[in-house]
Ligand binder design. Structure first.
Ligand code: TYM
Length: 336
């Protein structure tokens, strides 16, 4: 049976594990903002995903609010888009179980992120870390989302979600789940670490100097770019293989200024690394300081954030509850 056409609905999320960084902003949240114009948007705080590794409860609570503040400060409009903690909508966990019964282990064994995160400690890793991509599929399919805007690193999880949706539809000979389209948009789908241009910028990197956090002030941004790894080549040029750090910083510069890579090179090809880093600092501070300021103001008003989240939960549940009711009927559960 052919899959139903993708619809206008968007679902995406960020793990509220602190250290939200420039990669999350440029690779994901900035695109979410643009998509609000002509889509129905659900932007969750992926707290169920966060507990796949140990979390401090007080810190997790603070990080959920801080991430919600970041969404708004970056331009997500809570009147238009539903912003909500994933754990407040029980359908996510419920659907994850149902989908886990329709996901062959072989598919999960292919997931590279589990291998990276569990490392050599595979036997000690939580089952949730392994089945995490099934929960992610549930997040998307619970809303029957047509599009999922993410950075490059989530591509494999999105492919798995499409496979799970297809397998479910085939088993029950239905078109219940639309097959979602990943939206990996723009030139910053993979922002790299400031300490190593071959590694992704990441919340979990031990070195805070590897990333620009959305909470960093101007002095910290300047310091981090000053300390960012550079090379001895004269002038700035774009070569991902030979000069990964230069390529990454040039890319960040171009994206922040909304110009092409060629235009960026025209501005700075004759600059040495330290002069270029100053130019980069200026544009980064210009973009990030209003975001950081608004985030601080919002974090100081937890009541406002909680009220906004409660509204998001209500809107998310209105959709999720319908999906779960219909789905139970498809599977053959009694509606009692
Ligand atoms: P998370 O929290 O790791 O990252 C959130 C978003 O930021 C993107 N991203 C990056 N983009 C460019 N360069 C980088 N260095 C970089 N690092 C992160 C990610 O691709 C992502 O879009 N599993 C997800 C959260 C999630 C989700 C979902 C997303 C849970 N359920 C359903 C979409 C749909 C995650 O851990 O993202």
């Amino acid at each position: 049976m052919p899959s139903p056409a993708a619809n206008n609905r968007i679902l995406s999320g960020v793990q509220p594990t602190g250290n939200l960084h420039l990669g999350n902003y440029l690779g994901a949240i900035r695109n979410w903002v643009k998509l609000q114009q002509n889509h129905e948007c659900f932007y969750m705080l992926a707290d169920l995903h966060a507990i796949t590794v140990p979390q401090d409860p007080a810190l997790l609570r603070a990080n959920v609010r801080e991430t919600a503040a970041a969404y708004i400060a970056c331009g997500i409009d809570p009147k238009h888009s539903a912003i909500f903690p994933q754990s407040s909508v029980s359908g996510h966990s419920e659907l994850a179980w149902i989908l886990s019964c329709h996901t062959p282990l072989g598919w999960l064994n292919r997931m590279t992120q589990f291998k990276e995160k569990a490392g050599k400690q595979k036997d000690n890793a939580a089952l949730g870390l392994y089945s995490y991509p099934v929960l992610m599929a549930a997040d998307i399919l619970l809303y029957k989302a047509g599009f999922v805007p993410v950075g490059e690193d989530q591509k494999q999880h999105l492919e798995l979600c499409r496979d799970i949706a297809g397998a479910f539809n085939r088993q029950y000979q239905t078109e219940f789940f639309p097959i979602p389209e990943p939206l990996i948009l723009g030139e910053a789908t993979r922002v790299m670490s400031l300490r190593d241009g071959t590694k992704k910028m990441s919340k979990s990197d031990e070195s805070d100097y590897s990333r620009i956090n959305l909470t960093d002030d101007a002095d910290t941004i300047a310091l981090k770019f000053r300390k960012a790894k550079s090379d001895m080549v004269e002038g700035m040029s774009y070569d991902e293989t030979a000069r990964p750090e230069a390529a990454n910083l040039l890319n960040i510069y171009a994206v922040l200024k909304n110009i092409t890579r060629e235009q960026a090179l025209a501005e700075c090809a004759d600059k040495n690394f330290s002069a270029f880093k100053q130019m980069l600092t200026e544009v980064a501070v210009e973009t990030l300081s209003p975001i950081t300021r608004t985030m601080r103001e919002l974090i100081a008003s937890p009541d406002y954030i909680d009220e906004m989240l409660a509204n998001g939960v209500e809107r998310a549940k209105a959709v999720a509850d319908v999906t779960m009711r219909e789905l139970k009927n498809v599977i053959g559960f009694l509606d009692i």
